[in-house]
Design a protein around this ligand. Structure first.
Ligand code: SF4
Length: 473
């Protein structure tokens, strides 16, 4: 990437920056890039959450610059940002030099409305403009005017060696962004735009660079990684049927090529749309032990009527077939999902269908949440007609049911010997290490710190909530 070194001077003193990240892993990656670029320019990056870094009881943050990397996927995430903006407005009355900035999806969604609503806001950076952050901060410092850079074209992925990662052995690696699906509840096609993929050679080069730096576990990111390069396995099959040669590398091919990188020990990815998950992908996973055995495949609802209303492009029976095929081909695969409770028009019968789906498919994890209308989405034109108390009740029922299923699934692992990738010392018990299995289950075990960064064989002895305790075998 282009260096901004020549374009403006570094801050005169080491200004402290706090970056708070909301939402998905893509945002976490963008925050790591933002932190790295600013650090490289001479800024000091504070603990992520400025509220933990107060100067005194007045609530004035020690940070000179507070950035929030925002999420628009649910109303609740936006409300938290609005709450913090209020708190920061008060802090700015006490410290007028404080610089407040927003990044991420809310910037794309609301744009200039945010400047009008929050006069305390100094800068906004679009998802495709993270590299402009140092320049924009400098501009605010010079002019004390509200500044923004929100570009609609291009790709919101920056590969840079200036990134500031928390973990030594794990790295996020975005490979595509945006989405060409039109799920009616979802704001992503608006905030992140249409699908754009990083060229396969760039992904391979960046992955190799990360591995040379010592990273051993990579997580590939994208709104729908199966549709990487605009070639979902479904599209590819259709292209082949028409006798046309596919021009680009597909996601399964990309996975397989990344597995060849020497020194890379594990590779995971998120997230996938069921429409584009096919046996070609399961085969690649099955024959490459480096690929994570956790597969996140959002279902959203067990009712065909709801799936149609959400424009999810598949029925429940089709989804069930995919799970069956995957479980048949990849022994022990751990499948997780997303569920929306109380979507527009959802009846008791639809809700019951979702409960039955959870009972039947027995996911190892599920993000279950109450539907909230996202302005601008196709579903915002539908009536949000499930009363809040009913949404809450259904949400709770699904959560309780799923929690019991997950506990049972985890119990079945007790006594087994598994390979655990040792990631760090335990914060609660420094004599122990924390790691995760290739199924992405958390395990705490006693071992020498020298084992960090390698796979260790551990017997799973005990389960506390979602964490296993084990013994090195
Ligand atoms: S597949 Fe659907 S839910 Fe996922 S990002 Fe695209 S539009 Fe949103």
């Amino acid at each position: 990437m282009k260096s901004d070194d020549q374009e403006f001077a570094a801050p005169q003193k080491s200004m402290a920056v706090s970056i708070k990240t909301f939402g998905c892993q893509m945002n976490m990656y963008d925050s790591e890039v933002a932190g790295g670029l600013l650090q490289h320019q001479g800024y000091k990056i504070l603990q992520e959450d400025f509220t933990k870094d107060r100067q005194d009881d007045t609530g004035v943050p020690t940070a000179d610059i507070v950035l929030m990397n925002t999420c628009s996927v649910r109303e609740h995430a936006e409300e938290r940002v609005y709450g913090r903006m209020g708190m920061l407005g008060k802090a700015k009355e006490k410290n007028p030099d404080l610089i407040i900035g927003l990044m991420g999806c809310m910037v794309e969604e609301h744009k200039d409305k945010l400047f009008k609503r929050f006069p305390q806001l100094d800068l906004m950076v679009g998802t495709r403009n993270v590299a402009d952050l140092p320049r924009l901060i400098e501009e605010v410092r010079r002019t004390r005017r509200q500044v923004a850079q929100i570009k609609q074209e291009g790709i919101s992925i920056e590969y840079t060696d200036q990134i500031r990662r928390e973990g030594r052995f794990h790295a996020w690696l975005p490979i595509m962004t945006g989405c060409n699906k039109v799920c009616t509840f979802c704001i992503v096609p608006i905030t992140r735009g249409s699908e754009v993929s990083m060229p396969a050679r760039d992904v391979y080069r960046e992955a190799s660079r990360l591995v040379q730096e010592g990273v051993q576990w990579l997580t590939l990111l994208g709104q729908n990684v199966n549709s990487y390069n605009g070639i979902s396995p479904v599209d590819r099959a259709q292209t082949a049927e028409k006798g046309l040669a596919a021009r680009n590398v597909s996601f399964p091919e990309l996975l397989e090529s990344l597995c060849q990188i020497d020194g890379l020990k594990a590779l995971s990815f998120t997230t996938s749309h069921p429409h584009d998950a096919t046996p070609e992908l399961y085969e690649v996973i099955e024959r490459n032990p480096k690929i994570s055995r956790r597969f996140h495949l959002p279902l959203q609802s067990g009712s065909d009527r709801m799936l149609k209303r959400m424009k999810r492009l598949h029925s429940f029976a089709e989804y069930r077939e995919k799970i069956k095929a995957m479980r048949g081909m990849i022994p022990d695969v751990s499948i997780t999902t997303d569920i929306i409770a109380g979507f527009s028009g959802e009846t008791e019968a639809d809700h019951e269908a979702t409960k039955q789906a959870l009972e039947e498919l027995r996911f190892d994890g599920a993000y279950i949440y109450k539907y909230s209308v996202r302005p601008g989405t196709p579903a915002s034109k539908l009536a949000d007609d499930v009363p809040l108390d009913v949404k809450e009740k259904r949400n709770q029922e699904l959560l309780t049911l799923q929690k019991a299923i997950e506990a049972e699934n985890r119990q079945a692992w007790l006594g087994r010997e598994v390979e655990v990738f040792a990631e760090s010392p335990s914060t609660k018990d420094p004599g122990k290490l924390v790691g995760r299995t290739i199924h992405e289950m958390k395990v705490v075990f006693e071992a020498a710190p020298s084992r960090i960064g390698s796979f260790v064989k551990v017997r799973l002895d005990k389960l506390t909530h979602e964490t296993f305790t084990g013994t090195v075998s």
